[in-house]
Design a protein around this ligand. Structure first.
Ligand SMILES: *[C@@H]1O[C@H](CO)[C@@H](O)[C@H](O)[C@H]1NC(C)=O
Ligand SMILES: *[C@@H]1O[C@H](CO)[C@@H](O)[C@H](O)[C@H]1NC(C)=O
Ligand SMILES: *[C@@H]1O[C@H](CO)[C@@H](O)[C@H](O)[C@H]1NC(C)=O
Ligand SMILES: *[C@@H]1O[C@H](CO)[C@@H](O)[C@H](O)[C@H]1NC(C)=O
Length: 367
């Protein structure tokens, strides 16, 4: 496979159905909707519901067979069905949270989703093909201003402080240099830059009024199908060169969150351990109802680890599995709906990770 086509697709989507369109109800009716808090979503393809449908990029998934399991149409999600963020919205009794760029979306009472497939904390990551985290923050500033105009300062302040903010970012920053085969940066320095930029964004969300934030540890994405391709693609091994970055990032993230908890009054967080969760399923797939933990459902090449699912990213030929429920991975870099549901449930209900932290349920229900 040409390196370049791999990269472009890695830069990591919606025609919207009526069921997803937020109903127009005044914030004053909020309690009657049984909604504890609204949900603002930032990050990458793990959470992107279709923002990339509206930018110029090959990092899109708005074509068959994406979306077949649940939505029955290709929304732009890099999945056969719902994303982790969709399940979280369901558990919180919220409607699906729409992409910020969905045209005509001006109702932000339940929250809004800024995530963009392929994006990272660094603006260099896939620059020009994604909405990076700082730009997502700029959109959020805009939303907070619009909320103040729509429902007034006091209600907007209450909404923003009661809301939950979930952020998935980092894996694209670390995989980008490897996928592009450019100079691999010094681990300490590079992780410091990613965590530094994430810290800035967290503090900005706090300054705008956000208090309750949910994070994920980085996954071992060297074991994703594309990781096994980077490793050579025939002996089943994971690409281990990511590991120092992942380990240091995860350590620094948990330290950072504890620090912010004592530094920022009222700051609350949850941190879901994605790494351990995935590792457990890759080691014991059948225990969790999976038959195939290495080969993606959709794609081509070894482990179907080429980003060709749907045939619209350069490579036209691809294979599609018969039973998506057997698979941990749907495409080269993204898990199936079944896997996402298991993880979302753990992040929602699981034992909180870190002293004084919450699970997502606790975060939603906290004052
Ligand atoms: C909200 O929740 C309460 C208690 O769980 C329930 O009785 C009521 O019917 C719910 N209201 C709506 C609009 O769903
Ligand atoms: C902010 O929102 C307004 C109204 O939707 C829009 O016209 C403007 O372009 C937005 N600005 C940014 C920076 O997104
Ligand atoms: C990556 O770059 C190095 C140095 O520029 C080169 O020797 C190597 O062949 C490249 N690897 C791939 C897979 O393109
Ligand atoms: C944020 O990332 C940029 C590179 O995109 C870097 O120059 C800068 O130092 C980083 N900021 C922090 C606070 O680490």
């Amino acid at each position: 496979m040409a390196k370049s086509s791999f990269v472009i697709t890695f830069l990591f989507i919606f025609s919207f159905t009526s069921s997803l369109v937020i109903q127009t109800k005044s914030y004053r009716h909020y309690p009657q909707l049984n909604v504890t808090a609204s949900l603002f979503i930032f990050g990458d393809s793990l959470f992107d519901p279709g923002n990339n449908n509206y930018i110029k990029t090959l990092g899109q998934a708005n074509f068959y067979p994406y979306g077949e399991t649940f939505f029955k149409y290709p929304s732009g999600r890099f999945c056969d069905g719902r994303l982790i963020s969709d399940f979280i919205a369901e558990y919180a009794k919220l409607p699906f949270i729409p992409p910020y760029l969905f045209p005509g979306n001006h109702d932000f009472k339940y929250g809004v989703n800024f995530a963009s497939a392929g994006s990272g904390a660094l603006s260099e990551t896939a620059r020009g093909f994604v909405i990076d985290l700082h730009t997502q923050l700029g959109y959020f500033k805009n939303v907070s201003n619009q909320l103040r105009q729509q429902i007034g300062d006091a209600d907007a302040k209450a909404l923003l402080s009661r809301a939950v903010y979930i952020i998935s970012v980092g894996s694209n920053d670390y995989s980008f240099p490897f996928v592009r085969n450019i100079t691999i940066p010094n681990t300490q320095q590079f992780v410091g830059m990613v965590i530094g930029n994430l810290t800035e964004v967290i503090k900005e969300i706090y300054n705008i009024g956000g208090r309750k934030m949910g994070f994920l540890s980085l996954d071992h994405f060297g074991c994703y199908p594309y990781g096994r391709v980077l490793e050579g693609g025939n002996n089943g091994a994971c690409f281990d060169k990511f590991i120092p970055f992942i380990n240091l990032h995860n350590t620094q993230l948990s330290i950072l969150l504890k620090e912010l908890q004592s530094e920022l009054k009222g700051f609350k967080y949850s941190l879901a351990d994605q790494y351990t969760f995935t590792e457990e399923r890759l080691n014991h797939p059948s225990k969790y109802g999976f038959e195939e933990e290495k080969v993606a459902c959709c794609g081509s090449g070894p482990y179907r680890g080429h980003p060709s699912c749907g045939g619209r990213r350069g490579e036209k030929e691809y294979e599609l599995c018969e039973n998506v429920k057997d698979h941990v991975f749907f495409d080269f870099a993204h898990s199936t709906e079944k896997f996402n549901e298991q993880f979302a449930l753990e992040a929602w209900n699981g034992k909180p990770n870190g002293l004084g932290s919450y699970n997502l349920k606790g975060l939603f229900e906290s004052e």
